[in-house]
Design a binder for this molecule. Structure first.
Ligand SMILES: *[C@@H]1O[C@H](CO)[C@@H](O)[C@H](O)[C@H]1NC(C)=O
Ligand SMILES: *[C@@H]1O[C@H](CO)[C@@H](O)[C@H](O)[C@H]1NC(C)=O
Ligand SMILES: *[C@@H]1O[C@H](CO)[C@@H](O)[C@H](O)[C@H]1NC(C)=O
Ligand SMILES: *[C@@H]1O[C@H](CO)[C@@H](O)[C@H](O)[C@H]1NC(C)=O
Ligand SMILES: *[C@@H]1O[C@H](CO)[C@@H](O)[C@H](O)[C@H]1NC(C)=O
Ligand SMILES: *[C@@H]1O[C@H](CO)[C@@H](O)[C@H](O)[C@H]1NC(C)=O
Ligand SMILES: *[C@@H]1O[C@H](CO)[C@@H](O)[C@H](O)[C@H]1NC(C)=O
Length: 370
């Protein structure tokens, strides 16, 4: 006890000496707060796609996106904050900036690399998203910046204490499925092996840089989003029903995650992970909205057509017509496939300190306590 308390004290003094040039936050008598590095898709994209050559399909930097909390659009595909924004708040960190907005010194509490439309495979929406491999390249650039700023020893400590958050995979399945909804164009098991293989390779690469604490989201039930229901009707499915085949693929991936992650833990000393069941939390709210304080779960707040499932929110994409709901807090979905801030807040709270039925084996709070 005494030893570790002293260590924290020394650590904080070292960081105090750096404070004027390097404002790493310290809690009284403790070390610096663990940083948060965020990877993945639109569930976590805080504006990276504002800076790349893409299509408006994968952007959201116009009103009414951002209206609830930021009062102006940021690129987040939501009316307000995303799960990672709430987690930063719970962890006493400032908002984690998009990679393209870190400037010369805003990367010491973590960086967000996520890109809407991206997946684990480079082929997924290739050319118009930042795939996970490229997100890793961006992370490696940040590691260089950290080493230059803090020196190798302190940057190593920062990388080891940091938390690495991932929401990735659903676009790998949605992309080929939506292009060919009649028949998934690959053998499913093999395809899933390939997606998972690429995903775990990224985790290993971060481990090799010093990363130890990984938080992985299961895939959201895209087939039951307003967009999924609308698309299902378009391709001749029963009106209002979910795209079962897509949901099945996403579930298959999610079900394979625990074994894959356990293998990594067995093979790599100190590799630590926890799995967040976003699929379950989303599904609970879609199936039983009133139990969670919502009253609309199959229709989006913003969009047009059946279930407002046509992705037209803000009128800047292909379809220009859109309607915006009066009270966004009534809704689970803000647009055709993305949760509202209210839903994100509930998810983040459960990710932070929920019970093992949704976050296991560790809650995220324990990852932020050194
Ligand atoms: C973006 O794409 C356009 C059209 O394809 C091209 O002219 C432009 O150079 C690209 N910009 C970047 C930054 O890649
Ligand atoms: C955040 O700050 C509050 C108030 O100082 C403190 O009670 C809490 O333990 C801190 N949380 C973390 C994760 O450091
Ligand atoms: C990663 O994906 C590529 C296709 O983009 C595939 O050829 C390769 O085998 C995959 N790697 C692993 C380890 O599964
Ligand atoms: C949500 O429920 C409230 C209270 O029952 C009701 O006044 C409101 O009209 C409902 N909103 C929608 C969009 O159904
Ligand atoms: C919006 O809905 C929430 C939850 O149903 C309710 O508490 C709030 O009063 C509503 N706000 C408005 C402006 O109707
Ligand atoms: C998580 O924290 C919230 C807010 O502090 C609290 O209301 C809730 O009971 C906690 N949940 C658990 C499972 O401890
Ligand atoms: C993983 O992290 C948790 C929470 O911080 C900790 O209790 C546990 O001992 C760690 N496990 C490993 C294998 O490092």
């Amino acid at each position: 006890m005494a030893f570790s308390a002293n260590l924290f004290h020394v650590c904080c003094l070292i960081f105090f000496a750096f404070f004027f040039t390097n404002p790493i936050k310290c809690v009284d008598g403790e070390g610096p707060l663990p940083a948060l590095f965020v990877f993945g898709d639109s569930i976590l994209d805080v504006g990276n796609n504002n800076y790349i050559n893409t299509t408006t399909q994968f952007q959201a930097n116009w009103s009414p996106y951002g209206e609830t909390f930021f009062k102006s659009p940021t690129g987040r595909p939501c009316d307000g904050r995303l799960i990672s924004d709430f987690i930063a708040e719970f962890a006493n960190l400032s908002l984690i900036p998009a990679f393209f907005e870190i400037g010369t010194d805003k990367f010491l509490h973590g960086v967000n690399f996520a890109s809407s439309g991206s997946g684990c495979l480079v082929e997924t929406n290739r050319g118009i998203v930042i795939d996970l491999q490229t997100q890793l390249t961006h992370f490696n650039e940040v590691v260089e910046l950290l080493v230059n700023k803090l020196g190798s020893q302190q940057s190593q400590q920062l990388l080891t204490d940091a938390v690495y958050m991932f929401s990735t995979g659903s676009n790998d399945y949605a992309f080929p499925y939506l292009t060919n909804p009649k028949k998934f164009p690959f053998p499913k098991e093999q395809f899933s092996e390939m997606v998972l293989g690429n995903f775990t390779a990224i985790l290993q690469a971060i481990y090799n840089k010093g990363g130890r604490k990984f938080i992985i989201f299961t895939l959201p039930p895209e087939g039951c989003s307003p967009g999924g229901r609308a698309f299902n009707a378009q391709i001749g499915g029963k009106s209002g029903e979910c795209m079962q085949e897509l949901s099945g693929l996403l579930e298959m991936h999610s079900n394979a995650l625990p074994k894959r992650l356990t293998q990594l833990q067995q093979n790599f000393k100190g590799f630590n992970f926890t799995l967040f069941d976003l699929y379950k939390l989303f599904t609970q709210r879609i199936d039983n909205p009133s139990k969670y304080g919502f009253n609309v779960s199959i229709e989006a707040c913003c969009g047009t057509g059946a279930f407002k499932g046509i992705n037209s929110c803000g009128g800047k994409r292909q379809v220009k017509d859109y309607e915006l709901c009066k009270n966004v807090t009534d809704y689970v979905f803000f647009d055709a496939s993305h949760p509202t801030e209210t839903a994100n807040q509930q998810f983040a709270q459960l990710l932070w300190n929920g019970t093992t039925d949704v976050i296991a084996p560790h809650n995220l709070k324990s990852f932020f306590q050194l």
